[in-house]
Design a protein around this ligand. Sequence first.
Ligand SMILES: [Zn+2]
Length: 359
Amino acid sequence: MRLLLLVLLISLACVQTAFAQTTPEALAGALQAAARAGDASGYQRLLHAEGTFAVEGPNFAADLGRVPQPTATYLFSGIRLDGPQASARLSLSWERVPGQMSRVLLPVTLFKVGEVWRYGGESLQALPAGKYSLLALDMPGLPERAAIIAPLLSQAAVRVRDTLGMEVPDAATVKVYPDMAVLSASVALSLQPVGGWNEPGEAIKLVLPGGANPDQELLRVLSHEFTHLSVSAAAGEGKDKRIPWWLHEGLADFVSRAYWTPGAAESRRGRVAGYAKADWVPLFELADFNAVPESQWKYVYAQGLGLVEFLADTCGKDVPMRLALAFAETGEADGAAQALGFDSFSDLETKTQTWLVAR
Ligand SMILES: [Zn+2]
């Protein structure tokens, strides 16, 4: 019996050695296997978490747990060893939408802990940005081009303060990506390509726009994402998720619409009036980001902003934020609406629709 136990222990040890990530290639294979199986905790064990990646990494892994990626392939190339670290390029492909492969190339950092390699996420270059942190993905030309963002950070923060009376936390970290596909691949493999991103505890992520005058577009995205950050900070630790997604986006667009073109503002106004009249999605269906299908995203932003504009116009500029804080306190829609003097949440929602149609 004792011999059997010994044999068992030895074979267990062999299995562990065989599966330990003693080379970057083995690490890529393990990341791929965990992504395919939707093994969130297994994926997380392969991460070297530090800085904002300490939050981003587990969130990325949790997405794999919710939406496994059975077609994902991970491949490191151009591996350059540098002491206990290595830089590499990660070729990542996966079928996010059936029949359509997504492919991105990311500069990444790997860490050697003892004999084992761990994945440290994207390689970034820090840029001077005063009290904020500004980082650009470390790929040719991007950090140089991203330097134009630095002076816009305080401008966007002033916009948040002037519109909602809130301060953007000094700890704000902004990471810059070359395009939407690469940005979304750094957030979650299930995420459709987006131009900006913020999640409590994570860095703000945004795409550096092309074109001759990117400042307006950058201020639009920065003021939108800074609003998310400030609203989360005001809600307090662990309470942010009680604020419905539609309200978060409504507040963020309420601030960033200052940088919309007249055409964009006009089209949004017409669209939400149409929704209010005949195509309104009940707001409780738009409360949880993870439960809202991509086809419904347009209602989240339009109806969210519509309700925020209704409150700001008819009750006062500070009232939309008071609604968010009431949600953060109670996590309950009727209580939050009653805190503003409405009979119920349904009363607030109906009055919003009536106002949007008549506006
Ligand atoms: Zn947003």
